[in-house]
Design a protein around this ligand. Structure first.
Ligand code: PEP
Ligand code: MG
Length: 860
């Protein structure tokens, strides 16, 4: 060896705790060296040790340099390696200047020899631990430093069960097959360990692995030599501990304790719980973990050793991605302890974590047999008996049986079945399909578009390849991943920690964007308000005619003459009036956006052969469309049936007038769907205004309301300025807007096109799940600009399914919309995402972390 490495002196070594004082950083000391400095600066007990800095690490392969390192550790501890009195052993650890996977494993138990075994055994009080630990070290150095074929060493381990015989046989195998015998000298052992580590770090495979992590393949290592203190086994040992209970997320040191001497690799038994820690070491460890949490503002994990009841730390780290329970409770606790600001706490929790906490999850064992995979359409998980029709779902669920509704696709007639079922699985349809929208609204887990599954409800079977499922078979479904399994998997109920409420309150303080919910009836609205919605951003009135009430709307659409239509409308008005009374009473004085009917024909017409009469059958046949999502729906239906919207508006305003007498005054917004022509909106606006005038004349109550339009077609977006002449607010319906901008059918495209597109890397996320910033987002931006130019301050919201997706919420913040509206279950996610979006906006503006700046104007 030549150059600076060979000439490394004792001074090149950096004892733990002295790195910073010498002006060294992670590029010299490695991450471990920095960590140990930090621990000492915090006043925590740390095992004595030193760092061989990055440029010098190779020098430790030289016995002379290793000898000086051993001497320095001995002088730091005041003890001798393998010595007579209070002996120590050594451990060699490697670390890089940056986080990297694939660091060579540490080598412990260095300094042990047959000669010093008796005194070490005497210090511990038994020899089994020493022999076990030594065997792993001999096995590792034999192969990686002395060139003994791995099979020879494995043979020895197989052949010998007696611990002493095994160690002696390993020594013999090394002597026979290795480049030299295993040395007794601690310094020589240390130099072998350094050689082994650096060799493992330099293999072509290890270098390739670094390249795949986008790191230089010649990334250097710092080496660290630690003193392992030896003590009586009843009061000495080692282990790992974390600061948080992973189940509850609360602060509770959790880990294992192993008596005896530290091994190089994992210990061969499970160890004991931390309650077994001797003396007061448990309390000291707890103190260390608490200190680390507050300092590092994260869940702390440590490697520790206990000698004679006294703990010392061998390493520590802050977990960057702990589970959802831990993240939320930790953030809350750190604010309580004054170690973090509420805003930083909000930023530390990923909105996806909130989703996880609010929904049940499958407890998978790994032995489950997958049935099929589809799109993760509505979060949550459930197990239940397969039913192949909505009617059967209602029937079985009424008797208390949990069922999974397996169906090709759903229509409004299936809503009672979706609501009764514990989960829904469809073979067709995407994230914005009927089943997905209704399941999300009702809080049922759903997997949609599982195209490998074929449902034959007439035969009472469903098939995937050769596998036949019958009604009554049990399946388990995970709406978060889209996976469906055969049989009953355990389901872990959602247990959101109480601390989540405070955290979401801080998020509310930090966000600008309003968060409303899409809710069509009083129970859904109640749920949404419990979850923190500020109002209802979309009440789809056509959803009030689902299930048994489908007949009401069918009669209006299929009426044979004007008298019949008027009679049908009167019935519809009565039902709507009741619906609105219930809904508005729950809404109270919050805002509520009621969307007038948007009834795509195919969802509301009877199936062929199922109409009430021959005449209706004929009229239904005449109304059927090739492409109903682009047919007579939304405002077009109202233009063709001129009493439809006035009837609805009358039912709504009269309900408002009735409640106002009791002092309940919701902030009403009436919204016109699927507008493409400003003239359509003008016509609908005239109808609504006339209805309001009529109510004022009839009841003496002037109902305050705003009139607005959905922006769901590219033309509406481009003509938003002209829409704004008639509209006091606009709401972006990004389900249809995405469908029409891409020309992607919201019901079919995901499984047929987006899955293969994702595999080809053409389009990696569904624009129905995450708002497309380039196309759909650009249209929203243009529309917002044009609408504001005509009507400054016009209220702008978004109510497509993307409203509950964190990335889309961030885009809405960038476009400075006023609110997003999403399904009730996603409201907490949107609240947190809106706060995150605000924080990143602030930091972009101020060029810092987003801690400053308070703006919460213009909400909802
Ligand atoms: C939309 O299109 O985004 C929307 C909210 O309306 P719907 O899903 O009812 O078509
Ligand atoms: Mg729509």
């Amino acid at each position: 060896m030549s150059g600076p490495a060979a000439s490394a002196t004792k001074e090149a070594f950096v004892p733990y705790g002295q790195g910073r004082a010498r002006g060294l950083g992670a590029s010299s000391l490695g991450r471990h060296g920095i960590q140990m400095d930090d621990l000492m600066a915090l006043g925590l007990p740390v095992v004595p040790g030193l760092t061989v800095p990055l440029p010098e690490a190779e020098s430790l392969c030289e016995p002379a340099v290793a000898r000086r390192a051993v001497e320095l550790v001995e002088s730091l501890t005041g003890r001798r390696v393998g010595g007579e009195d209070r002996p120590i052993l050594l451990r060699l650890v490697a670390s890089a200047p940056v986080p990297v996977a694939g660091l060579p494993p540490d080598v412990a138990c260095l300094g042990l020899s047959l000669a010093n075994l008796p005194q070490l055994t005497a210090a511990i009080g038994r020899d089994r631990d020493l022999f076990d630990a030594w065997a792993t070290t001999l096995r590792s150095l034999g192969e990686h430093a002395l060139g003994v074929p791995a099979e020879e060493l494995e043979e020895v381990l197989l052949d010998h069960t007696d611990r002493r015989e095994r160690a002696e046989a390993l020594l013999a195998a090394i002597a026979e097959h290795g480049e030299r015998s295993f040395p007794a000298d601690p310094a020589e052992q240390l130099s072998l360990a350094a050689t082994a580590m650096l060799a493992r770090w330099a293999t072509p495979r290890a270098r390739r692995a670094r390249r795949t992590q986008l790191l230089p393949d010649d990334l250097g290592l710092a080496l660290h030599v630690q003193a392992l203190r030896i003590g009586p086994w009843e009061r000495s040992g080692h282990g790992t501990a974390g600061s948080r209970d992973p189940e509850t997320g609360g602060f509770r040191p959790t880990g294992r304790f192993f008596r005896g001497v530290r091994h190089s690799a994992g210990t061969p038994h499970e160890g004991e719980p931390l309650e077994a820690l001797p003396g007061g070491s448990g309390a000291l460890l707890e103190h260390a973990l608490m200190t680390l949490e507050r300092h590092g503002r994260g869940m702390a994990t440590v490697e520790y050793e206990i000698r004679d009841g006294e703990p010392a730390l061998l390493s520590a780290q802050i977990e960057r991605r702990p589970n959802a329970h831990v993240t939320v409770r930790l953030a809350h606790d750190l604010v309580g302890a004054g170690a973090m600001s509420p805003r930083a706490a909000v930023r530390s929790v990923d909105p996806g974590h909130v989703q996880e906490l609010l929904h049940p999850q499958l407890r998978l064992t790994g032995d489950e047999r997958m049935l099929v995979r589809g799109l993760p359409a509505s979060p949550g998980a459930a197990s239940g008996q397969v039913v192949l029709s909505s009617a059967r779902a209602v029937e079985l669920a009424a008797g208390g049986t949990p069922v999974v509704l397996m169906i090709a696709e759903t229509t409004p007639a299936d809503v009672p079945g979706i609501v009764a079922a514990s989960a829904v699985l469809t073979t067709n349809g995407g994230l914005a399909s009927h089943a997905a929208v209704v399941a999300r609204g009702a809080g049922r887990p759903a997997v949609c578009g599982a195209s490998a599954l074929t449902v034959d409800s007439a035969a009472g079977t469903a098939t995937v390849g050769d596998l036949v499922i019958e009604e009554g078979d049990v399946v388990s479904l995970d709406g978060r991943t889209g996976m469906v399994y055969l049989g009953a998997a355990g389901v872990r109920a959602a247990r959101p920690p109480a601390e989540l409420t405070a955290l979401l309150g801080w998020a509310d303080d930090a966000r600008r964007l309003g968060v409303r919910a899409n809710a069509d009836n009083a129970p859904d609205a109640e749920k949404a308000f419990e979850l923190g919605a500020e109002g209802i951003g979309l009440c789809r009135t056509e959803h009030q005619f689902l299930g048994p009430r489908l007949g009401l709307i069918r009669e209006v659409i299929l009426a044979g003459d004007e008298a019949g239509r008027q009679a049908a409308l009167a019935e519809l008005a009565k039902a709507q009036h009741e619906d609105f009374l219930e809904l508005l009473a729950v809404v109270g004085d919050r805002p509520v956006t009621v969307r007038l009917l948007d009834a795509p024909m195919h969802e509301f017409l009877p199936a062929p052969g199922e109409a009430g009469s021959k005449e209706q059958e004929e009229r239904a046949a005449a109304l059927r469309e090739i492409n109903p999502m682009l047919g007579v729906r939304g405002v077009r239906l109202a233009v063709l049936h001129e009493r439809l919207y006035p009837t609805q508006a009358d039912a709504l305003f009269s309900a408002w007038a009735e409640l106002a007498r009791d002092g309940i005054r919701p902030r009403l917004e009436v919204m016109v769907p699927l507008v493409s022509l400003p003239e359509e909106l003008a016509l609908a606006a005239r109808q609504v205004r006339a209805a309001a005038d009529e109510i004022a004349a009839r009841t003496g109550v002037t109902v305050p309301y705003r009139l607005g339009s959905m922006v769901e077609t590219p033309r509406a977006a481009l003509l938003a300025g002209r829409l704004a002449e008639h509209a006091e607010f606009l709401s972006f319906g990004t389900n249809d807007l995405t469908q029409l901008t891409y020309g992607f059918s919201r019901d079919d495209i995901e499984r047929r096109v987006l899955v293969p597109y994702a595999e080809l890397g053409l389009c990696t996320t569904s624009p129905f799940a995450t708002l497309d910033p380039d196309g759909v987002g650009a249209l929203v931006e243009i529309a917002a600009e044009r609408a504001r130019a005509v009507r400054p301050g016009i209220k702008l919201g978004l109510c497509g399914e993307q409203g509950g997706d964190p990335e889309s919420v961030a885009l809405c913040e960038r476009l400075k919309l006023d609110y997003v509206s999403c399904s009730p279950q996603r409201v907490p996610v949107a609240r947190l995402a809106a706060a995150h979006a605000c924080a990143s906006e602030e930091s972009e503006e101020s060029g810092e972390s987003g801690e400053s700046g308070e703006s919460r104007g213009g909400r909802s």
